[in-house]
Design a protein around this ligand. Structure first.
Ligand code: DAH
Length: 359
C-alpha cells in the first residue's frame, strides 16, 4: 500500500512554509529530502510495487521531490532577505546624530577649513555646489576657454582615463573650475556658489600631492564687477585669517577663463625662515580670480551681453597650512592619529563667524 502522494506533498510544503528561520528550514529539508527523509521512504516503496505501476509512481515521486525543492529554495531566499533586513535594522547608524562628547575623534584640518570657508561665504549669500571627481574633457578644459592646443593643458599634469565612445578621454578634474560650467548650464543667473572639492594632478613632492582640495567661487548676475570681486575676497581673507586689517593685494595675472584676471596676495613677513601672516614687507600668493570670460558664459548658453560676474579659486591645503601652522603637505593624508590629535578639531566646536571659526 503506497501513501497518498498529494497528502505527503501538502504536508512537506506546509513544513517548509512554516520554517521560521534558516535552521528550522534545514530541519524541514532533511525531514523531506534528506537521506532518511520521507521522499527517500517513498522511493523505497517503489520496489514493492507491481512492475507496471513503477514508472508512473517513480515519476510522481520525482515531481513531488522537485516541488519540495523549489519551495525550499523560495523559502530560503525569503528567510535570507528578512535576516538581512533585520540585521540592517539592528545595525542602523544615524549619521545625523551629534557626536558624543566623550568621543576622542577629531575633525581633520581639511574638513575644518572647508567648514570655515563655507561659513564665511555662506554669510555673504553663497550656496555650496558640487561636481564629480571624474570630469569630461570639455568641462574641465574646452568650455573654460582652454582649447586642445593650449599650454595650460600640459601645465596641469592631467590624469587621463581611457577614451570613451566619442573618442575623448575623461579626466580626473584638475581644478574645481568645471563646476562653474555645470552650475551655469543647470541654473539661471543670479548665481552665487562656492565649490569645495577634490582635485587631481600627476605631481608628487614635498609641496604637491596628486590629490588635493580647492574651493571655487562663482558669481553671475547683471551687475557684479571687479569692485565686488575685490570686496568679497578681501573680506574673506580677513575673516578667514582673523586679522581685521590684513593687507590684501590684487596683482595682474592671466587665466584662460577670466578677463581681466588677478592673483591675490596677502601680507606676511619671513624672518629666519619663519612665515607670519599679517602686516609686513612681504607678500604671499593665495588665490586666482577674475571676471568670467564672455566666451565661457557663451559656452554655457548664457548671454554675455546681459550677464557678467567673477570667479576665483584657491587651494585649501595651502591656506590651512598657513592658518594652522602645518609645515608639511604630505602629513594631511598620512592618517596618523597622533598628528590628527595635534592638528585636528573638537567635533562639537562648529565654526561660526559669531562664535569663532575655531577654538
Ligand atoms: N582653476 C585655477 C587653477 O586651478 C584657479 C582659478 C583661477 C580659478 C582663477 C578661478 C579663477 O575661478 O577665476 O589654477
Amino acid at each position: 500500500m503506497t501513501e497518498d502522494l498529494g497528502a505527503v506533498q501538502a504536508d512537506l510544503l506546509a513544513a517548509v512554509q512554516s520554517a521560521g528561520d534558516l535552521k528550522a528550514l534545514e530541519s524541514a529539508r532533511l525531514a523531506a529530502i534528506g537521506k532518511k527523509g520521507r521522499v527517500g521512504a517513498l522511493m523505497q516503496a517503489l520496489g514493492g510495487l507491481p512492475p507496471e505501476q513503477r514508472k508512473d509512481y517513480g515519476q510522481a515521486v520525482n515531481a513531488l521531490k522537485q516541488a519540495v525543492e523549489a519551495a525550499i529554495e523560495l523559502r530560503k531566499a525569503d528567510l535570507e532577505a528578512s535576516a538581512l533586513d533585520a540585521k540592517l535594522a539592528a545595525e542602523q547608524v544615524d549619521v545625523t546624530l551629534p557626536i558624543r562628547s566623550e568621543v576622542e575623534g577629531r575633525i581633520h584640518p581639511i574638513s575644518q577649513t572647508i567648514d570655515e570657508i563655507v561659513q564665511i561665504f555662506g554669510q555673504m549669500g553663497f550656496q555650496v555646489a558640487e561636481g564629480p571627481d571624474l570630469e569630461d574633457d570639455w568641462k574641465n578644459f574646452t568650455a573654460l576657454n582652454i582649447p586642445e592646443e593650449h599650454p595650460a593643458r600640459q601645465e596641469m599634469d592631467t590624469f587621463y582615463l581611457r577614451a570613451g565612445e566619442d573618442g575623448t578621454r575623461p579626466v580626473l578634474r584638475t581644478h574645481t573650475s568645471p563646476v562653474q560650467i555645470r552650475t551655469m548650464m543647470s541654473e539661471k543667473p543670479p548665481i552665487r556658489v562656492i565649490v569645495p572639492g577634490r582635485t587631481f594632478r600627476s605631481d608628487h613632492d614635498a609641496t604637491h600631492s596628486p590629490m588635493f582640495h580647492q574651493v571655487e567661487g562663482l558669481v553671475i548676475d547683471e551687475v557684479s564687477h571687479m569692485g565686488h570681486l575685490k570686496g568679497c575676497l578681501i573680506e574673506f581673507c580677513r575673516t578667514f585669517f582673523e586679522i581685521s586689517d590684513l593687507p590684501v593685494r590684487f596683482r595682474n595675472s592671466h587665466f584662460p577663463f577670466t578677463e581681466p584676471s588677478a592673483e591675490v596676495d596677502i601680507g606676511c613677513t619671513r624672518t629666519n625662515g619663519e612665515l607670519r601672516i599679517g602686516h609686513g614687507d612681504d607678500w604671499l600668493e593665495i588665490l586666482g580670480s577674475g571676471m568670467v570670460h564672455p566666451r565661457v558664459l557663451e559656452n554655457c548658453g548664457i548671454d554675455s551681453n546681459k550677464y557678467q560676474g567673477f570667479a576665483f579659486g584657491m587651494g585649501i591645503e595651502r591656506i590651512a597650512m598657513l592658518k594652522y601652522g602645518i609645515p608639511d603637505l604630505r602629513t594631511f593624508y598620512d592618517s596618523d592619529l597622533r598628528w590628527l590629535k595635534h592638528y585636528g578639531f573638537v567635533p562639537l566646536d562648529v565654526p561660526g563667524t559669531l562664535g569663532g571659526l575655531h577654538r
